[in-house]
Design a protein around this ligand. Structure first.
Ligand code: ATP
Length: 366
């Protein structure tokens, strides 16, 4: 049972680097929270402050509702897993896993049983006698996980634990780690710069940029309703299309979004569109996911934007068309149904499903 709360936590290193800037974040008991962001955004520093390896310059790190700023790391009931695994090369797998138990004085017999349980749960019960050098990367990672869970910590802190593995193994271990932590019910904070990892593993994702927390939410929330333009552009592959548009609300109740010399009409009876009405007369940035536009033939009548195809990219599971709408480059998922091109690569695009509008970093989901 562990909850974590960061209250206005700031870290300025001695050389003046502002690594973490007034971060507020609550992690619930048993939750799998992923800290996501580009290199240098302060993720590891947050993790190290939760672990007690780094002192906050100001603010409070709270564990189970108590301020823990002065609590030494060993009294925090946490286990950490790092990307380099940090196994002892001269010890067997079993001794590596059991090391934390030996340190805390657990007798050999119960220790052996506990090691066996943990190793079986991780699928490495048959390599307990080997040395780390005789293991594959994935097995080494499982040993590191085993050593972390053997003491039944209340809180797991993981810093890019899969980044040294190849992509197939990463995907496999992703599911294993999140499955295991949920089974154990252990609160977990997991640091990564890999958004696929974040979106597939997390209960909630906290996205950071330059020390500042940008957005916190479930994967669906941060993908579908990003709180800032930065998050909108950062999450998702291909990136979200961001187009500048002017909003005009007509008296007979429909809304025009003007993109360059083209217009997109939003019906008034759609509650999502109506949220944009608030920005009447203003220029906003409209975010549209590649999957929110359907390609159609360029002469299709109705509410269709005209784009010029620059090139197509086939990825097996999706087929992306890169187009220009006026001066703006966008990408569209053709979903296996490419439209006929018109003269000189002209193509129509029909709005499909959700379109996101935003102004100055504020998200409105029409
Ligand atoms: P990465 O994914 O590359 O590990 P990160 O998001 O985890 O990046 P941090 O390691 O937390 O980022 O670093 C945040 C900022 O603080 C960076 O600008 C980094 O250079 C700086 N920093 C980290 N540790 C120190 C230190 N001991 N002294 C000075 N600056 C530091």
């Amino acid at each position: 049972m562990t909850t974590v709360a960061l209250k206005d936590v700031t870290k300025v290193f001695q050389d003046g680097t502002l690594a973490v800037d007034s971060v507020n974040l609550d992690v619930n008991d048993g939750e799998f929270m992923v800290l996501l962001g580009p290199s240098g955004c302060g993720k590891s520093t947050v993790l190290r402050m939760v672990a007690g390896l780094e002192d906050p310059t100001s603010g409070a790190v709270m564990l189970d509702g108590e301020v823990a700023n002065d609590l030494p790391p060993r009294e925090r009931k946490i286990a950490m897993v790092f990307q380099d695994f940090a196994l002892y090369p001269h010890m067997t797998v079993g001794d590596n896993i059991g090391f934390p138990l030996r340190l805390s004085g657990v007798e050999p017999l119960p220790r052996g049983e506990r090691i066996q349980d943990v190793a079986s749960a991780l699928g490495i019960g048959d390599v307990l006698g080997r040395k780390p050098s005789q293991l594959s990367g994935g097995q080494r990672q499982r040993v590191a996980m085993g050593r972390a869970i053997v003491r039944r910590p209340g809180l797991f802190l993981m810093d890019e634990p899969l980044s040294n593995l190849d992509s197939g193994l990463r995907a496999e271990l992703r599911a294993e780690i999140s499955g295991l932590t949920r089974e154990l019910g252990v609160t977990t904070i997991y640091v990564t710069h890999d958004q696929a990892e974040a979106l597939t593993m997390a209960d909630r994702v906290a996205i950071m940029r330059k020390g500042v927390l940008q957005d916190v939410g479930t994967p669906t929330q941060v993908y579908g309703r990003p709180a800032t333009l930065y998050v909108a552009a950062f999450l998702g592959s291909p990136r979200m299309n961001l187009l500048e548009a002017s909003v005009y609300v007509h008296l007979d109740r429909y809304i025009t979004l003007t993109l360059g010399d083209q217009a997109l009409y939003l019906p008034w009876d759609d509650i999502r569109s109506r949220a944009v009405a608030h920005y009447h007369g203003e220029r906003i940035v409209v975010g549209m996911r590649a999957e929110a536009l359907t390609p159609v033939a360029p002469d299709t009548p109705g509410d269709v934007l005209q784009g010029r195809v620059r090139y197509l990219e086939h990825h097996g599971h999706e087929s992306l068309a890169f187009l220009d709408i006026g001066a703006t480059a966008i990408v569209v998922d053709e979903m296996g149904a490419p439209a006929e091109d018109g003269p000189s690569g002209q193509r129509g695009l029909r709005r499909f499903g959700q379109v996101m509008q935003r102004l100055a970093g504020r998200a409105v989901d029409p």
